[in-house]
Design a binder for this molecule. Sequence first.
Ligand code: SAH
Ligand code: SF4
Ligand code: F3S
Length: 451
Amino acid sequence: MMDQYLSGLTFSIHTFGCQMNKHDSERIDGMLESLGALAVDSIEESDMVIFMTCCVREAADTRLYGQVSSLKNIPLREDSPLNKRLIAIGGCIGQRDGEGLIKAMPHVDVVFGTHNVGSLPGLIRESLAKHKPQTEILESSEGFSTDLPTQREHSWAAWLPITIGCNNFCSYCIVPYVRGREKSRTLESIRQEAESYVRAGVKEITLLGQNVNSYGRDLYGAPQFVRVLDEVAATGIERLRFATSHPKDLSAEVINRFASLPNLMPALHLPVQSGSNRILKSMNRHYTREHYLELIEQLRKVRPDIALSTDIIVGFPGEREEDFLDTLSLVEEVGYHQVFTFIYSKREGTPAATMIDDTPHEVIQQRFDRLVDLVQQKAFEANQSDEGKVLDVLFEGVSKRDVTKLSGKSPKNQTIHVPLPSAKSPEDFIGKIYPVHIDEAKTWYLAGTLQ
Ligand code: SAH
Ligand code: SF4
Ligand code: F3S
């Protein structure tokens, strides 16, 4: 379909934040390309620049303002049909700040939110036709819009959103305010999409939601995530993963699927946030350290080789040294393959923003550094247990640091690097699974050789 305004324009999408944004970006890419616009890699070549923003962390706002203002110094390509580069801001800062972004940055042309990704082409047309900035922010989504064309970043991997939004209101978190209440997609539509991916040769599906374990509560009265797992696994997809899980809703049935479903990969991201019961309560997380460790024990019982990853916030209001030591001891006990570490940052409008927050910044920074040291040590130890083994690796491309190496993912989601065999090109491997002998463990990857 050709479009009077969009056809022939070049665009690039710059995505921050979580998989939800990455998936929305793939849909925007698909929509714009289906209207005749052309995706390009660099800002220099782009007639339109689209930012998909995140507001979980403070630095993101500052970074966005910096990036948007630096665009002024980059001239348009010579044969651009536009006389000024179009700038659009979407994602979670778009949703939160709306019109305010145009007030703060008058050269921004379009602002859209998280509930109306499908409106972007229309907003771009209006803005080009009327030479006026356009903003559209909706309070919530009508339903689960899944009918937009999607241009997947990799042909062999697909994100499959099963819920949008979040009902948990962890006291520090902005997500429920910018993504709305949790809405589930029907089982039928999830199965159909999964089947279409399998037919298209996709090797790996990742089910997505802020808390996939509560899937279906809104539609069926009770969580039905196991049914999603069973149905998607039954499509015969080679690798199945999901993110994110909330410890309060991870059921024994779901845990057992790690034993019974051979295509469910042995890796789980289970954010703990803190090891201190006092802090967990103040975070409104609805589980204890003991319950969390019990879940880990169950998971390891059914799938001894499962790789665990987590998110941890350091410096939550009122965190004392003893609370932090509880976090360190939990990390020690679990032995994560990967930990995403965050320093608490205040989000206006959340309950934690009104809590007394008097820990000096240096103390928090020192705690953060201590945590990162332990995390690295444990990640290295976890990887060492795979030395000498042969793992099936799904290849993704050449290594970013070294073009003579191929890079891919193990079932446990570890990054694997292997030398590219001579007389072969990366295309012989990309999107395919081959066995790799693991020669050496590093902190963040494994070095191996093709079998
Ligand atoms: N729904 C997912 C992801 C939420 S955002 C989940 O519940 O796990 C990703 C991570 O950002 C969170 O797990 C948390 O560790 C971190 N985060 C969220 N809000 C934050 C804040 N205000 N300050 C610091 N880290 C935060
Ligand atoms: Fe935020 Fe908590 Fe929802 Fe995750 S579960 S998105 S941390 S409110
Ligand atoms: Fe960020 Fe929005 Fe995701 S705030 S973490 S991009 S839901």
